[in-house]
Design a protein around this ligand. Structure first.
Ligand code: ZN
Ligand code: ZN
Length: 149
């Protein structure tokens, strides 16, 4: 836990943000590899720690962490948007893999979405690709190269 708090402070420092309770706790909830949470789930976790959470503050915290590319926003379906720690690939320009067994979400930066593949005249502004399946850990196929971030 101490190591985690330390890396949370390091992340906030690296993007020139002061450490506040809400910022610290939001990142702390997302430190575990593969963990992605909805705003509601983050809010509930923070309520346990702080008793009460100002929703506007939480909303703004998530916005600024997205802007600074520290977390990624992943659309699961029309009702569900989740947030996860960005890891080494700060830019959210890659697909995400959703494991239907353990519910983990993993960044897949090795899969490139290539704008060149679009037909002539089409301009990409953003993409939101979610791959559904079974992760390497659940599939027991750990070949030492499963990139969990
Ligand atoms: Zn899994
Ligand atoms: Zn990602």
């Amino acid at each position: 836990m101490v190591a985690k708090i330390h890396s949370v402070s390091k992340i906030l420092k690296s993007i020139n943000l002061n450490v506040t309770d809400v910022r610290r706790l939001v990142l702390l909830q997302l430190m575990e590899p593969g963990v992605a949470l909805t705003q509601k789930e983050i809010e509930e976790a923070l309520e346990q720690e702080l008793g009460q959470v100002d929703r506007v503050t939480l909303y703004r915290t998530i916005r600024i962490l997205l802007e600074k590319e520290v977390i990624h926003q992943i659309t699961i379906d029309a009702q569900t948007v989740k947030y996860k720690l960005a890891g080494n690939n700060r830019k959210n320009d890659h697909p995400h893999f959703h494991c239907s067994l353990c519910d983990n979400l993993v960044c897949m930066p090795q899969i490139k979405i290539d704008e060149q593949m679009l037909p002539g005249g089409y301009l990409m502004q953003s993409s939101n690709l979610l791959i559904e399946g079974v992760c390497a850990i659940c599939n027991k196929e750990e070949k030492g190269q499963s990139q969990v971030e």
